[in-house]
Design a protein. Structure first.
Length: 396
């Protein structure tokens, strides 16, 4: 089973625009209400008997069950009888909002993400199940059939690949307009490329975007640093404007468009880097960011640049398309091992840019050393003969 996500621009009518906006508002309200319910429940359990505040005591009875995804879906069903507004969006769309909230909690429990926050704005909603042929062509245009919204014109900038079905559609609102993210699924089992040829391990980092086991260092484009400072300056300007004035909303729109521009450029950079890696080798190994037991160093990386997750999924996609073997390995402690003699060298300070092994004398850039350990672990996981790094013999 193979999943792909393709994004297309939507060209909705004014009425459809209004409907989408309205649904987004309702989704946001449902999300925030459900989060409030979960938050209240957590708070009511937090205090011990002696210090329980009155407010918390009366909000929720002691035996109230924890609001889970299933319970909240049920509550939503009941709320529909009382609040007609909730009947407007498709049922599945609202249930997906609750699922999204559940996912935010799971990310907090399993991966140490922060407590979910209330949403100021909802950017997208999902139709999780669709009937066949939701994308059709007639009257010289392409259309996507969205339940309860109807046929919306779609700009099919690239064709949906042969053998794939549309499984899910996410409608996204951005500063530059409305988009549809189509999750395409191919039911035919597609074998992954075999491990072969030259292998590359990569280490994602802060100083350099990534380091390879071949010793290449790829930097973030200068653009990201400049882009951030431009964004900050725009936000400072926004603070000086009067809220709800024309200038304010103009600037707000400008900021939103700039955000979009940055994220598009980031994606572009990720694709280019992924292709570049595929040019270098036939097998690519990366660290797995989604492991529960993340070392402190990894956690820090993860929070500092959310782009890593996106890069890895783009990399796996590009590797697939270009018939390269791709695998993720457990990366905890990769910077604490010597790739030449496997000695545990201990935690390095962030300022220590060089790996220098006191046992064998191997010396290289610290991120390159980590990438080499990633490659060795990747090979070891499939029972491949290990590679040695560094000049000369290992044990004399
Ligand atoms: Zn060593």
């Amino acid at each position: 089973m193979l999943n792909l996500t393709y994004e297309y621009k939507l060209i909705p009518t004014d009425a459809q625009r209004e409907t989408i906006d309205q649904w987004l508002t309702i989704c946001r309200k449902v999300y925030n209400f459900a989060l409030r319910e979960r938050k209240d429940w957590v708070n009511s359990r937090k205090c011990d008997v002696n210090s329980c505040s009155i407010r918390q005591e009366y909000t929720i009875p002691a035996d109230a069950p924890r609001p889970t995804f299933a319970r909240q879906c049920k509550t939503l069903g009941q709320a529909k009888q009382l609040i007609p507004e909730l009947k407007l969006p498709h049922t599945h769309v609202l249930q997906q909002v609750l699922r999204q909230l559940e996912a935010a909690f799971v990310a907090m429990w399993d991966r140490g993400h922060g407590f979910p926050r209330f949403k100021q704005r909802m950017r997208s909603f999902v139709f999780p199940q669709l009937n066949l042929e939701s994308v059709q062509r007639f009257e010289g245009a392409d259309w996507v059939n969205l339940p309860k919204i109807g046929r919306v014109k779609i700009h099919l900038s690239r064709p949906i690949p042969e053998g794939f079905e549309v499984k899910q559609i996410r409608v996204v609102k951005r500063a530059s307009g409305y988009y549809a993210m189509l999750t395409l699924q191919c039911d035919v089992e597609v074998p992954q490329a075999l491990l072969s040829g030259h292998g590359i391990g990569i280490d994602l980092g802060l100083e350099h975007f990534l380091a390879t086991s071949d010793g290449e260092l790829i930097d973030r484009p200068r653009f990201f640093v400049d882009g951030q400072s431009k964004l900050k300056s725009l936000q400072r300007q926004l603070k000086r404007k009067k809220k709800r004035s024309r200038k304010y909303s103009q600037l707000q729109h400008q900021i939103a468009k700039y955000h979009e521009y940055i994220s598009n450029s980031r994606k572009d950079f990720h694709f280019k880097t992924a292709h570049h890696l595929c040019d270098q080798g036939q097998s690519v190994f990366a660290e797995d960011l989604n492991l529960k037991a993340m070392s402190a160093g990894m956690l820090c990386k993860h929070t500092l640049d959310a782009g890593f997750g996106q890069f890895l999924s783009i990399l796996s996609h590009v590797c697939f398309k270009r018939d390269r073997y791709f695998a993720k390995v457990n990366a905890s402690g990769t910077s604490q091992t010597c790739p030449r003699c496997q000695t545990h060298t201990g935690r390095k300070e962030l300022s220590e840019r060089v790996h220098q092994c006191s046992e064998c004398g191997y010396q290289t850039n610290r991120d390159v050393a980590a990438a080499q350990v990633v490659l060795q672990r990747g090979y070891a996981a499939v029972g491949h003969i290990a590679v040695n790094f560094g000049e000369g013999k290992l044990h004399e």
